[in-house]
Ligand binder design. Structure first.
Ligand SMILES: Cc1cc2nc3c(=O)[nH]c(=O)nc-3n(C[C@H](O)[C@H](O)[C@H](O)COP(=O)(O)OP(=O)(O)OC[C@H]3O[C@@H](n4cnc5c(N)ncnc54)[C@H](O)[C@@H]3O)c2cc1C
Length: 338
């Protein structure tokens, strides 16, 4: 893999032939900007919910060009960030528990869709191991287990493995013990996103590649080839969002909002007509909670609320600052690379 190529995963698989670009201006019920997991899963479930919906996906490069085709290949139910922080939401601890249940279900849902759509993404659900290799790490693991229990996670969700039981799963010099969570799978991410793109086009979604959106406004996504008009425009551009003209303020405001609260409501949802103000804490990747397929639901791939990903970590505080010091080595048990 040479610097400048898209990713190991795409190199291993090969980049598919480019789909046609948008031929000219058109109309749709929903226009999705960006064909990564956020855009494609949204298109997938919208089409299932209402097969009659006219959905257009506009992709600047090719489906899976972004983080979706370049990530670590973990389909993990781990909640990014602090539960206590999430619990400040009006739904409190119950809301967090509910979210975590969805996150766990989503691992199986991704596997189900792969099977149903014939996506051979090498998905294997082997769980996550967090291994202690010193007494200090072991003490922290046990503390963590207690915390998990205090949130109601039983042994089905996470359990401690003594050295001997761990050795049956992973041979690691100096391993003392581990936490094991079953809700994690490994996947070839480029295969997954390529398969998902095929699935949505099969379902009748119009996916145009090499079609950069140059501006988004209420009911309109403009491209050099023409404008797509739709009552709902979903911006699913994740880490690229700041490069979409006019979108940077809403995208970057959340990170700054603690310091500059006066800007915290600067974002507006391109999906609402007229655009409705969006609070800084609302999801960035795909419009607002008033739009279909968005709001506080976890992204089927990342299982983070809506479209969050590493590109969003500056805003969400994920991973927590305390992790590097406190953390033990963690493996996605089925991952070939780890
Ligand atoms: C190194 C790395 C490792 C990761 N590992 C994991 C992991 O193991 N497990 C996990 O769950 N998550 C992981 N993530 C996070 C996960 O990959 C992302 O959260 C997820 O892929 C984001 O999907 P997305 O669709 O929101 O964004 P993207 O996949 O980035 O898709 C956005 C798309 O929008 C397109 N686009 C951008 N601008 C425009 C425009 N103007 N017009 C039209 N299209 C445009 C881009 O070309 C791109 O295809 C990782 C991320 C990184 C970077």
């Amino acid at each position: 893999m040479r610097n400048g190529q898209v990713s190991f995963w795409w190199q291993a698989r090969g980049i598919p032939p480019r789909r046609p670009s948008l031929p000219g201006g058109t109309e749709a019920d929903v226009c999705i900007v960006g064909a990564g997991y956020t855009g494609l899963w949204t298109a997938y479930y919208l089409k299932r919910a209402d097969p009659g919906l006219r959905i257009v996906v506009l992709e600047a490069s090719f489906a899976g060009f972004g983080a979706s085709g370049r990530n670590g290949g973990w389909v993990t139910a781990a909640l990014p960030g602090s539960r206590a922080r999430y619990a400040r939401h009006p739904q409190g601890r119950d809301g967090v528990r509910e979210l975590e249940r969805h996150l766990r279900d989503t691992v199986d849902e991704v596997a189900r869709v792969c099977a149903a759509e014939g996506i051979d993404a090498g998905l294997v659900k082997g769980g996550t191991l967090t291994v202690a290799t010193s007494a200090a790490q072991d003490a922290r693991l046990r503390d963590r287990l207690e915390q998990e229990r205090s949130w109601g996670d039983d042994a089905q969700v996470v359990r401690y493995l003594e050295r001997q039981e761990l050795a049956g799963r992973l041979q690691l010099t100096g391993a003392v013990g581990a936490l094991f969570s079953p809700d994690c799978a490994r996947v070839q991410p480029a295969e997954l996103v390529a398969g998902l793109a095929e699935a949505v086009t099969r379902a009748g979604v119009r996916l145009y590649e090499a079609t950069p959106v140059t501006s988004i406004s209420a009911g309109q996504a403009r491209t050099p080839a023409g404008t797509v008009r739709a009552p709902y425009i979903l911006r699913c551009t994740e880490g690229f969002t700041a490069d979409v003209p006019g979108q940077a303020p809403g995208w970057t405001t959340t990170a700054r909002s603690r310091r500059r609260p006066s800007r915290s409501s600067a974002g507006s949802c391109a999906g609402c007509s007229p655009p409705r103000p969006r609070r800084a804490s609302s999801t960035r990747g795909a419009g607002c909670s008033g739009c279909p397929g968005t709001g506080a639901r976890p992204s089927p791939w990342t299982r983070r609320p809506a479209s969050a990903g590493r590109g969003a970590t500056r805003a969400t505080g994920w991973p927590p600052r305390t992790w590097p010091a406190a953390r033990s080595p963690t493996w996605c048990a089925a991952s070939p690379a780890r």
